[in-house]
Ligand binder design. Structure first.
Ligand SMILES: [Zn+2]
Length: 457
């Protein structure tokens, strides 16, 4: 777990006067805070936690290794194409490089589930280090009890399910860390409480919301989810340990459940995602499938955010933190979605089928997207501009299927063609069907008629 710990940065900042860590001192401090964590959670560690110091180079190595071990091949490409085709990031952006920069600037420590080891960044000192220890040791405890890697792998590389699980992991760490901080407030010097951290602030300030919002949401909305309040847990309400256990054993399936906790916790309001299944036997000729994904409510909220409001994040301003919203009206009423990405040489085609709870919800999504689209999609690329910005959308359209009563579908299509070819875009379509997911597994053959270019619009 890479831990950016934004709240820790708000509560305490290093005075920079502490002497450097020694391994012995780190182990002693860790042992002391492990006892606090056991007390606050009401569970004992099953085995000792290894602790080490890391520098930035060590963190970079770790991030590369984790990615190789955890992400499926093609995932980075899928995520970059999706972000660019849907206009979530600027066409020329090196997404990977900025993502690394954002993470590196934010990380106070990290817990490596594959080696059961917690690493504290060597720059962390004093009260900040202790707050980070409380957070990371909670990850260690959760890992011993629930096997974090196994829980994460169950998300199957799906953006929505994985962010929901990350929110449980980071929410658990954040909730306990905040309780530790409140309980030990007297031990933290006032000077360290007042000073705001500027850790990684530059990278965050220039990052598109796609790079910082889901990351920050996993801490704040995850904490709100586990404490059953939703949104920011400003009162620092403790999460019931039984709830934390349940969320690890039966992880929420979507960010919709994280954002609206009653749709997970309240049996009467339980809302499982509607699954959309593409018929990949009927791909348009000449195209091959590159990847599929489910984006979820939180990502669709980013997609429908007006372009002028898509800004970086100013962590030094507490009001901008407290005012954070992780969903919006157009994304509320999400019922499910599925995206397929096709390739033909350097051309890319993306089809996103979204499912909505009502005609009104679908209409709000279409309306918001239609306002955003003209600012992002300028139409066929000027051939003279060449192939500089890869995967820039050259074609885009949104279509609601309001002839179907329930559920209601909205199909978004985007393509990046290397040569102007308007007519070919009109015919691109992958048939699909849908069905409500049962508790035991994904939908089988859909109950809805398969969508096609003809009945889709
Ligand atoms: Zn964490």
């Amino acid at each position: 777990m890479i831990c950016s710990i934004p709240l820790a940065a708000l509560l305490a900042a290093s005075s920079g006067q502490d002497p450097a860590w020694t391994q012995a001192k780190l182990e002693a401090t860790s042992a002391e805070i492990q006892k606090d964590v056991e007390e606050l959670r009401g569970v004992k560690f099953l085995r000792p936690v290894k602790v080490k110091l890391s520098d930035t180079a060590g963190l970079r190595d770790y991030m590369r290794q984790r990615e190789a071990a955890m992400a499926s091949p093609g995932r980075l490409h899928r995520d970059e194409c999706t972000a660019k085709l849907l206009g979530l990031v600027a066409p020329g952006l090196d997404l990977r490089a900025l993502e690394m920069e954002v993470l590196e600037g934010q990380v106070g420590g990290f817990y490596d589930p594959s080696s059961d080891t917690f690493f504290l960044m060597d720059a962390m000192k004093g009260a900040v280090a202790k707050v980070i220890l409380a957070h990371e040791l909670t990850h260690a405890l959760d890992d011993q009890l629930h096997d974090i890697d196994a829980v994460l792998k169950a998300a199957n590389d799906e953006t929505d399910a994985e962010l929901a699980i990350r929110s449980v992991i980071e929410g658990s760490g954040t909730n306990l860390m905040n309780r530790w901080t409140v309980a030990h407030g007297k031990e933290i010097p006032a000077s360290e409480m007042q000073e705001l951290s500027t850790m990684g602030a530059d990278a965050l300030r220039k990052a598109p919301p796609l790079l910082w919002k889901p990351l920050i949401a996993s801490y704040f909305a995850g904490d709100g989810f586990l404490s059953r309040g939703g949104g920011m847990n400003l009162t620092m309400k403790p999460a019931d340990p039984a709830d934390v256990d349940r969320a690890f054993r039966e992880p929420p399936r979507s960010t919709e459940q994280i954002l609206h906790p009653e749709r997970y916790w309240d049996a009467g309001k339980r809302d499982e995602p509607v699954r959309v299944k593409f018929d990949t036997r009927k791909l348009p000729e000449g195209w091959t499938e590159l990847a599929q994904d489910t984006l979820g409510e939180m990502a669709l909220a980013l997609l429908t955010t007006p372009v002028a409001e898509r800004k970086g994040f100013d962590m030094s301003n507490p009001m901008s933190v407290l005012g954070l919203k992780f969903t919006n009206e157009p994304a509320k009423g999400w019922g499910g979605d599925r995206l397929i990405l096709l390739g033909r040489g350097d051309d890319r085609f993306l089809q996103l089928v979204t499912v909505w709870d009502s005609v009104k919800d679908a209409g709000e999504f279409v309306g918001a997207l239609e306002k955003v689209a003209p600012k992002l999609f300028a139409g066929p690329r000027d051939a003279a501009a060449g192939w500089v910005a890869r995967f820039t959308p050259t074609h885009f359209d949104v279509n609601a299927r309001q002839d179907v009563q329930s559920p209601v579908f909205v199909v978004v299509r985007a393509a990046s063609f290397t040569a102007a070819d308007d007519t070919a875009f009109a015919g691109l379509d992958v048939p699909w069907s849908s069905g409500r997911e049962s508790k035991d597994g994904p939908a089988g053959s859909g109950k809805e008629p398969g969508g096609s270019a003809k009945d889709g619009r």
